[in-house]
Design a protein. Structure first.
Length: 359
């Protein structure tokens, strides 16, 4: 039987020796800290996850392909050093009926090794195209070593936690949460209120999908979509960040509906929540089919940024105020998601953010 270690896949970005590649990944043509385009990194991650999953799936089903279903949280541990190579070490952690969890450790070798992030992708194996596509049933992996068993167990736990979080969204807020929202509404009733209204902190964009972006037959490469969603989110975020917002975490990305060539895409990004130096931006992508008969939410993403100064020290961000029911719900969802991340020590608190730049 196949073990997780047999599914290992590594991709290297040779930033130290390939100047054109280094330039492609830079935000600015200057030597600033945190100069890596995180959106492009997401694109690479999605491709690495796809290749790792496909290698396994094609051993049994040569014609099958894989699609990204979700990206669980990604905590960014350190900023990337643009003069060092980036290694993506990927491996399958768990195989379910037709889904696979791929874990990817992103690091920069050297002394010491710089750990950039650990990411978890849920991929689904499919066969056939269009409406006739079906999920394929995959043979399982053998988890022999302790670490393999632990990673497989953690994959199941992540899935369970997400389900629980979703179920919680349909529940009324707790007493503390209700009080938090009541205070935010009461502040807006004050005649001298000058706060930032969440409803006004948005950015949108439209785009048509061309054959250039084709990945699996007739579908659009998911990595491209999330890169675009991230880049618009970072622009949106600048409406509230007094300094420079840099990515701190991906709370969650869901892929609901595939995007096809000829589709029109409507990206909507909104600042939904702030807390201390953190800013949460939600990005949704709606697809409209070429014949304009189908409209569906294809992706939803929640990104957390941290507002930092030139030395990467976290700086405070103003409070944002939700006004209507939808904004309250989004505020609360982001609040809970950030709490879950900080409970797992995955969000920069005052101390860990200061370590972002540390070698
Ligand atoms: P963990 O998931 O809690 O063990 O966190 P890590 O940061 O150690 O690793 C993240 C993911 O990257 C793991 O779940 C593995 O799927 C994958 N991974 C970790 N180390 C390696 C490695 O040495 N080689 C390969 N190919 N993949 C790795």
């Amino acid at each position: 039987m196949i073990r997780p270690i047999d599914t290992s896949f590594t991709k290297i970005l040779p930033l130290s020796s390939d100047e054109a590649l280094q330039r492609r990944f830079m935000i600015l043509d200057e030597t600033i800290q945190a100069n890596m385009r995180f959106g492009l990194l997401l694109e690479v991650l999605d491709k690495v996850a796809e290749e790792t999953a496909l290698c396994y799936v094609n051993r049994f089903f040569p014609e099958a392909r894989v699609v990204t279903a979700a990206i669980d949280n990604i905590a960014i541990r350190h900023v990337t050093d643009m003069t060092r190579d980036v290694h993506f070490n990927a491996r399958i952690n768990h195989v379910g009926r037709s889904s696979l969890e791929i874990g990817i450790r992103v690091e920069q070798p050297g002394d010491p090794v710089r750990h950039i992030a650990s990411c978890y992708f849920t991929m689904v194996a499919r066969s056939g195209v269009g409406e006739g596509a079906t999920s394929v049933v995959l043979p399982g992996l053998e988890y022999r070593e302790e670490i393999e068993k632990q990673r497989a167990a953690k994959a199941l736990k992540r899935r369970e936690e997400y389900k629980q979080q979703q179920a919680l969204l349909r529940e009324p807020p707790s007493r503390d949460e209700f009080e938090m929202l009541t205070e935010l509404h009461a502040a807006q009733d004050n005649p001298d209120f000058k706060g930032l209204l969440a409803g006004q902190l948005t950015a949108g964009a439209w785009e048509r999908m061309y054959p250039e972006q084709e990945n699996v037959p007739k579908k659009i490469f998911g990595g491209y979509l999330i890169r675009r969603a991230y880049e618009l989110s970072s622009i949106c975020c600048e409406q509230v960040a007094p300094n420079r917002p840099i990515p701190a975490a991906v709370n969650r990305i869901n892929f609901f509906h595939p995007v096809r060539m000829g589709d029109k895409l409507h990206y909507t990004t909104r600042v939904v929540y702030t807390n201390g130096s953190l800013i949460c931006v939600e990005a949704n992508i709606e697809r409209i089919s070429r014949d304009r008969t189908t409209k569906a939410l294809s992706n939803s993403c929640l990104f957390t940024f941290v507002n930092v100064d030139d030395q990467l020290q976290p700086q405070p961000v103003p409070q944002v105020y939700p006004t209507n029911y939808g904004e309250d719900a989004r505020y609360l969802a982001a609040h809970r998601s950030c709490q879950a991340l900080s409970n797992h020590r995955q969000l920069p608190g005052p101390v860990t953010a200061a370590e972002l730049s540390e070698d």
